[in-house]
Design a protein around this ligand. Structure first.
Ligand code: HEM
Length: 151
């Protein structure tokens, strides 16, 4: 019981760090970067990567543990939790794929543009779109997680 609760706590802690950090970057830092602060923004995003990816790993690992605690397979299938879990898993995979593209392709692209004195706006726009997609997928995943836990 204590381990189950501890892992659930880590699951939600990981979600808070990942999604909360992204929310702050997308809605506070990115608008400032668009008004002429692209260089410090690129640096903040680079420094934020280890935190983000540690949180993502924590969420995924604890999520898999949560799956093992859902109870007998027949009940999981009958309650609809299995279908909800499959949907959530697909959305989370998509969110991780887009986050990878953002952090390991678009953030270096932004850093290169800043270093070369080029226009940073194309990279900033790509990052803004990807952030919106990941935030949307994440808020739906939170709902699906709550639905699974109560199915
Ligand atoms: C590989 C990825 C993931 C897997 C396999 C997974 C799996 C699960 C499972 C099985 C539960 C139910 C736990 C229980 O019944 O006590 C759960 C709960 C939850 N998950 Fe995830 N999850 C993953 C990622 C995420 C992500 C990315 C988010 C949010 C962005 C999220 C948010 C939640 C929330 C809010 C709960 C509800 C906790 C509760 O009310 O007890 N999960 N997760």
């Amino acid at each position: 019981m204590t381990l189950v609760l501890l892992v659930l706590w880590l699951h939600l802690l990981g979600v808070v760090v990942w999604v909360g950090g992204l929310m702050y970057q997308a809605h506070v830092l990115l608008p400032a970067a668009r008004r002429g602060g692209a260089a410090p923004f690129a640096e903040v995003l680079r420094r934020g990567r280890p935190v983000t990816w540690t949180a993502i790993a924590l969420v995924a690992l604890t999520g898999f543990y949560n799956v093992t605690r859902l109870g007998p397979l027949e009940r999981v299938l009958e309650s609809g939790a299995a279908l909800t879990l499959a949907l959530k898993f697909a959305l989370v995979l998509a969110a991780i794929a887009v986050s990878g593209q953002r952090d390991f392709a678009q953030v270096p692209r932004l850093a290169r543009a800043v270093a070369a004195g080029d226009d940073p706006r194309p990279a900033l726009s790509a990052i803004a779109w990807m952030d919106r997609v990941v935030l949307l997928l994440s808020v739906v995943s939170v709902y699906l997680g709550l639905a699974i836990a109560r199915a």
